[in-house]
Design a protein around this ligand. Sequence first.
Ligand SMILES: NC(=O)c1ccc[n+]([C@@H]2O[C@H](COP(=O)([O-])OP(=O)(O)OC[C@H]3O[C@@H](n4cnc5c(N)ncnc54)[C@H](O)[C@@H]3O)[C@@H](O)[C@H]2O)c1
Length: 451
Amino acid sequence: MTIGIIGLGYVGLTLAVAAAAKGIEVYGVETNQHIKDCLKENRAHFYEPGLDNLIKRNNGKNLHVVEVFPKNVRFDAFIITVGTPLKEGGTPNFDYIRSALQGTVKDVYDGSQLIILRSTVSVGTTRNIVMPFLSKLCGKPEEEILVSMCPERTIEGKAIDELSHLPQIISGNNKESLEIAQRLFRIMTPSVVEANSLEEAELIKLYCNTYRDMTFAIGNAFCMAAQEFGVDGIAAIKNANYGYARSNIAKPGFVAGPCLEKDAYILINNMPECDSRDFILGARKFNESLIDLVVKWVESKIGAPSEEKVVALSGMAFKGQPVTSDLRGSSSVYIAERLNKKGYKLNLHDYEAIPEEMKALGLGVVYNDLHDACANARLLLVLNNHKKYAMLTDDQIFHADRGFEILDSWGVCTELHYCEDVKISTLGNMFNKGQETALRGMELTEKETGL
Ligand SMILES: NC(=O)c1ccc[n+]([C@@H]2O[C@H](COP(=O)([O-])OP(=O)(O)OC[C@H]3O[C@@H](n4cnc5c(N)ncnc54)[C@H](O)[C@@H]3O)[C@@H](O)[C@H]2O)c1
């Protein structure tokens, strides 16, 4: 089989490489020069386990990075993987999809190849935007063209592994489209799920990410509730889940990244009259509110900003596990932006993020070494759950004559929690009100308690 992929970003490149590794002939087109330069050097522009090895093995063999799709190649399918960032107002920006069709596919598309939309879109996009466009492009009626919506559902940091076994949601505008999509994805994964319509496939993608967002919101909400009663939220969640299969309450943490920060909004704005909107929006807003909480915590610890009040932020990538270098949609970056705007001096560190990308944020001094990042800092904010934090010891962060306070937001600095002279808080106890508030709201009288 021969496919063309439009966009070699996170989704497009991992898919291109995984497909090429399974013997599919893959042509990829990308507009970003930096990405193309990296690929010329046989490496990806981001960190993803296993990806660079597969690029080295397949680039120039059955993976071809080209400026335009060659006209003398017979393509079975084109897969669109361009970005769909939110516009103001919360609907996705379709400009990249339009330019992918108009600019990149147009010259080689004759209506006989399957067009697969892989990007995350509002429900209805494939049928109402993509299909009419393609029909016009090739001059064939919509019933005769071949269109599929096959959303990407991999998680950054495990994409290569997941592409070989995750069930692929496929859909098509007709039987032939479904058959081609089926044939293609069966080469890559043993399990393919046929959605009943293009719309169902689009919705499944939005549901999956909204579900995750809301699940994490519940964990975060419980943690905040626990603090009302002087209870440590993280410890309580751990004990609540232990051996009790009916509870799988998520640990608290930032719900971030280029997908989770936007997909619930795409869904909400897609259904302006639906009764579940407020429920979904509440979860999203609550997860976003953790950013304010961290800023508030900093202010509560060191007060108004000044030259000497330096805050070290470690864990700038949007998550630590599975490992990623991705700074897009990272709560850590939003926290840094807020603190920077308030006037705090910041030192930034991350175990995986690319230092040049962190420097380009223009939010603080970037350090490769956490010990150095802490040298002049009053506070350390550990903002993602990278595995290395578990082994972090006090001598790796403290400087001989000075201690400071740490916000271990995810509660992952295991070793440090055993260290007696470390003042450390988490999202589970950062604003713990203490047990005297436990009876608030009950309005119990002495008579009622029987005391
Ligand atoms: N990142 C993820 O893990 C993930 C997972 C599931 C779904 N998604 C969805 O997949 C889509 C892509 O996400 P991403 O993270 O890969 O985005 P990305 O920005 O990393 O990749 C898109 C790439 O397309 C390129 N591009 C744009 N227009 C082009 C054109 N006309 N021709 C050629 N290349 C072009 C861009 O330069 C960019 O490199 C989004 O809709 C996203 O929501 C992402």
